[in-house]
Ligand binder design. Structure first.
Ligand code: SF4
Length: 192
């Protein structure tokens, strides 16, 4: 499996933010964390975004064991995109998180995209199977998906889990793309 990445010559390096058009489901703990930092999020919003936190999430709560606490809620879609997507195609939760003193606000499933969980199993998101205009999976692509998505795999599996996954890919019979590659090295951990 390979990943055809966004065209680096385009705006935002070719990203069309199409994966943000339908919003995302978040755990109730994530929703509370975002609402607790509403002021930081609002500071990152542009004039076209909905600033009222009461309008950021759908009311309906779903049961789903793939979420922390077993329940989730959707972000609202406004103007054909997630309420947190700004006019430049950037996530205001990610922008707010980049500011010092603000915890991680970008939802887990956005951080691991184009991976997702299905019944506790890490899978490539079906959205990326050959139909997205920018990042998409397919037989032809600039990078091996397992390597291109290393940060996302490590977010879900940890560095050790990712190394084990690559080792499995290398040993799999007929998997020529991985057979001759070196096992990934452990990255140095930044201490705070
Ligand atoms: S929370 Fe951010 S990254 Fe996730 S869908 Fe909304 S705008 Fe996109």
């Amino acid at each position: 499996m390979r990943l055809r990445v966004a065209d680096p010559r385009g705006p935002s390096r070719g990203c069309t933010a199409c994966c943000c058009r339908s919003g995302v489901y978040v755990s109730l703990a994530e929703r509370e964390r975002i609402l607790a930092h509403a002021a930081a999020v609002q500071r990152c919003m542009d004039a076209g975004q909905v600033r009222d936190p009461a309008q950021w999430f759908e009311r309906r709560v779903y049961r789903d064991p793939d979420f922390e606490g077993g329940r989730c809620v959707g972000t609202r879609v406004m103007g054909a995109a997630c309420v947190f997507l700004n006019g430049r195609g950037l996530c205001t939760l990610q922008l707010a998180s980049a500011r010092s003193g603000t915890p991680q606000l970008k939802p887990f499933y956005c951080r691991i995209f184009p991976l997702t969980l299905a019944g506790g199993v890490v899978v490539y998101h079906p959205f990326c199977r050959g139909r997205a205009p920018c990042c998409t999976f397919g037989r032809r692509g600039a990078a091996l998906a397992l390597e291109a998505c290393r940060p996302e795999f490590e977010e879900v599996l940890g560095a050790g889990g990712y190394r084990a996954l690559v080792e499995l890919a290398r040993r799999r019979p007929g998997n020529r793309e991985y057979r001759d590659r070196e096992a990934p090295r452990t990255r140095p951990v930044e201490l705070r």
